[in-house]
Design a protein around this ligand. Sequence first.
Ligand code: 5GP
Length: 116
Amino acid sequence: MSSSEPSIFSKIVTREVPATIVAEDDRVIAFEDIAPAAPVHVLVVPKTEQYRDVTELAAGDPELLAHVVATARRIADERSGGQFRLVFNTGEAAGQTVFHVHAHVLAGDLHEGNLL
Ligand code: 5GP
């Protein structure tokens, strides 16, 4: 993040902004997307906001990226029999609106209309 203002997701981590949290540990938090695009739509977010997008996270902390993916898998195991779509919008033109890296875990009735 270039701004000093915490991201909306950091405010969820600190409970300044409410969210329906479905998983949390020392490195990541996962919560229901406020505007779900599929029956299961959970965001998995590293607690640090130092990485804007998945390319920065992959370069800077690949182990943390692997942990994000493993968390997504665990949520999908619980919610959708382990089948899921993992989306990292990267850049404004690709639909990214929050520049604190996050994975969309989508599952359920997936079709082209909820590609994000
Ligand atoms: P992006 O467009 O950056 O890939 O995804 C951002 C996602 O964050 C969107 O799907 C949007 O609905 C979700 N979102 C934005 N603000 C909030 C919020 O305050 N709470 C929750 N739970 N989700 C949010």
